[in-house]
Design a protein. Structure first.
Length: 286
């Protein structure tokens, strides 16, 4: 035999939730667009099915019973979950626009500029990470943030920023040290096909740099280590603007290492609308 408490009609439960929340059958009728008699009838059916009075009827209105007051929060939460999930899954149909980026560019360049982005409520921007900014795979459809010369045969292309590197360090690591002798500090290196300490020494005429004390495969991890005082990092200046302003890092040399390549935002024809492209370039390009 079926459990009488299973498969409770949703309209009965909803009538109880509204009346319990508002404390009035009349107010519940107004909110739901039903008559007061219909609200009373549905709640009566629900009470019969449950075998308990959910409201105490009084000459001048109703109040929740002990059982009704105990049950109301669960009902409110359950109906709220149902409503939110329905809106998420079946509400506004959004166009998903995917942006592929390295973690460092996403975290230190894109994220701080998201507040200035206006794509409209019908667009969901989905971010996916690439291990290398130069990576370009058939799976990375959508908008891509790439590092390179920019001479690609592609429909949409806009420069994000030019790459420029300079040595930086946590202020605590320089306490009691002569700023002119920062070369004696341990170095932090980055793996991969990118400019580093060797190129820095070649350009500045400094003595060959020692092997980095620490080496990371992501700029974000290396930056965290530098901020923690682990050593000197040859950092991307466009990505550490906030850290410099906050005093988490200090620049050790007025010289910088400029790359012939830049970071770009690119997309193939048909990947997004002109309005979407303009919104992205307005928000993210220097």
């Amino acid at each position: 035999m079926d459990n009488p408490l299973s498969n409770l009609p949703l309209d009965w439960v909803h009538a109880f939730e509204v009346a319990g929340r508002l404390g009035s059958f009349t107010a519940a009728a107004t909110e739901t667009g039903l008559t007061q008699a219909a609200i009373s009838q549905r709640i009566g059916h629900l009470e019969t099915r449950l075998g308990v009075a959910l409201f105490i009827r009084k000459p001048r209105g109703v109040v929740l019973s002990v059982e009704g007051e105990a049950w109301l929060p669960y009902v409110t939460h359950a109906l709220g979950t149902l409503r939110h999930s329905s809106e998420e899954l079946f509400g506004i149909q959004r166009t998903r626009l995917t942006v592929w980026s390295s973690t460092s560019v996403l975290e230190h360049w894109i994220a701080p500029r998201l507040a200035g982005l206006s794509l409209g409520a019908d667009v969901q921007l989905s971010f996916k990470t690439l291990m290398l900014a130069s990576e370009d795979t058939p799976q990375s459809r959508g908008v891509r943030l790439r590092y390179g010369s920019g001479d690609w045969n592609i429909a949409h292309r806009a420069r994000l920023y030019d790459e420029e590197l300079a040595p930086v360090v946590a202020p605590a690591l320089m306490q009691g040290r002569d700023p002119a002798h920062w070369q004696d500090l341990p170095r932090i290196g980055l793996s991969g096909p990118r400019m580093g300490w060797h190129e820095w020494a070649s350009q500045t005429g400094d003595a060959p740099t020692p092997i980095p004390h620490l080496r990371f495969d992501t700029f974000t991890a290396a930056l965290s280590a530098a901020c923690a005082g682990a050593g000197v990092l040859l950092a991307s200046l466009p990505l550490i603007t906030s850290a410099l302003k906050r005093g988490e890092l200090i620049r050790l040399s007025p010289q910088s290492l400029r790359s012939e390549s830049s970071y770009w935002m690119v997309a193939e024809q048909g990947e997004l609308t002109k309005r979407q492209w303009v919104a992205l370039t307005t928000a993210f390009c220097a």
